[in-house]
Design a protein around this ligand. Structure first.
Ligand SMILES: Nc1ncnc2c1ncn2[C@@H]1O[C@H](COP(=O)(O)OP(=O)(O)OP(=O)(O)O)[C@@H](O)[C@H]1O
Ligand SMILES: [Mg+2]
Length: 271
């Protein structure tokens, strides 16, 4: 479990980016975090992996206080994929890139290769191991960055806006990868602006506004609340509006399509 206990974070020469946040993320959840630019999403993610320490309150990862535990220890439990993959990639080959963290954590060579191959398969990146990470497309770099984190096989994986720069087809593929990880028992926390993808894949949605959690619940409750979304400056997508108008509990495209069809059939029958 990742626990935030009355956590605040003040940047040394910046704003109070997180304000008194209390929440628990349990193993097995697929959490979506939404919020406008500057809401504190990245700050919250960095607090969860121990890259930042709370200026007030405590963050616990499986009972370990992030302020007292080395980041390397936390990295075995929680992986963080940066908002910008270029922040993570530095090696001259894919193999070197994905095995870097494993070497640092002291895994034996025999296990390293196995883990590297497994991680690359999970993100569906079929490039030669000797290829340069810098020659990859933006989407491929993102998937490589995810593989670097997956190779460590952390229980929790946090992805910071992983769909940036991807076309919708690639976004869907990426979320399918995340769904597989989730089904395999990993806890996935994804920061994104894509409400429809969260409606389809997540089990919980957290809304951040000016550093505070203003809503936290099932996608159906949070994303289905079109008034709430509009009041807080989120644009309810066509799908979410249609779900609302048809009273569809299911926010997936298939579920909404079924609700629309049921409405049409009902209308024909009463005509
Ligand atoms: N290193 C830093 N030093 C000072 N202030 C910072 C620093 N990083 C972020 N901030 C500020 O903290 C607040 C929260 O930033 P954060 O990056 O967490 O937002 P975000 O929700 O991830 O936004 P985005 O959607 O643009 O990525 C913003 O006001 C930002 O300007
Ligand atoms: Mg951010």
């Amino acid at each position: 479990m990742i626990v935030f206990e009355k956590v605040s974070y003040q940047y040394p020469r910046g704003p109070l980016a997180i304000r008194d946040v209390t929440l628990e993320i349990k193993k097995g959840e697929f959490v979506g975090v939404i919020g406008h630019s500057g809401a504190g999403k990245t700050t919250m993610a960095k607090l969860a992996v121990g890259l930042l320490k709370p200026t007030k309150g405590r963050v616990l990862v499986e009972g370990m206080d992030t302020a007292k535990t080395p980041v390397s220890e936390l990295a075995r439990k929680v992986g963080y994929v940066y908002q910008n993959p270029d922040m993570m990639l530095f090696a001259s080959s894919i193999l070197e890139e994905v095995s870097f963290a494993l070497r640092n954590l002291g895994y034996p060579e025999s296990e390293i290769e196995e883990r590297v191959l497994r991680a690359l398969r999970a993100v569906d990146l079929n490039k030669p191991l000797s290829a340069s990470p810098h020659a990859l497309s933006f989407g491929e770099k993102h998937r490589l960055a995810i593989a670097c984190v997956l190779a460590v096989e952390p229980d929790y994986i946090i992805l910071d806006e992983p769909t940036t720069g991807l076309d919708y087809y690639r976004c869907l593929l990426l979320f399918e990868v995340l769904r597989k990880l989730h089904q395999a028992g990993r806890t996935v926390i994804v920061i994104t602006h894509d409400l429809d993808l969260l409606a389809r894949f997540s089990t919980r949605v957290i809304v951040l506004e000016r550093g505070a959690v203003i809503r936290d619940g099932k996608p159906r409750e949070v994303l289905g609340d079109v008034e709430f979304l509009s009041e807080h400056g989120f644009v309810p997508t066509h799908l979410l509006q249609l779900a609302r108008r048809t009273g569809s509990e299911d926010l997936t495209p298939e579920g909404v399509a079924r609700a629309v069809a049921a409405r049409l059939i009902g209308r024909q029958a009463s005509a």
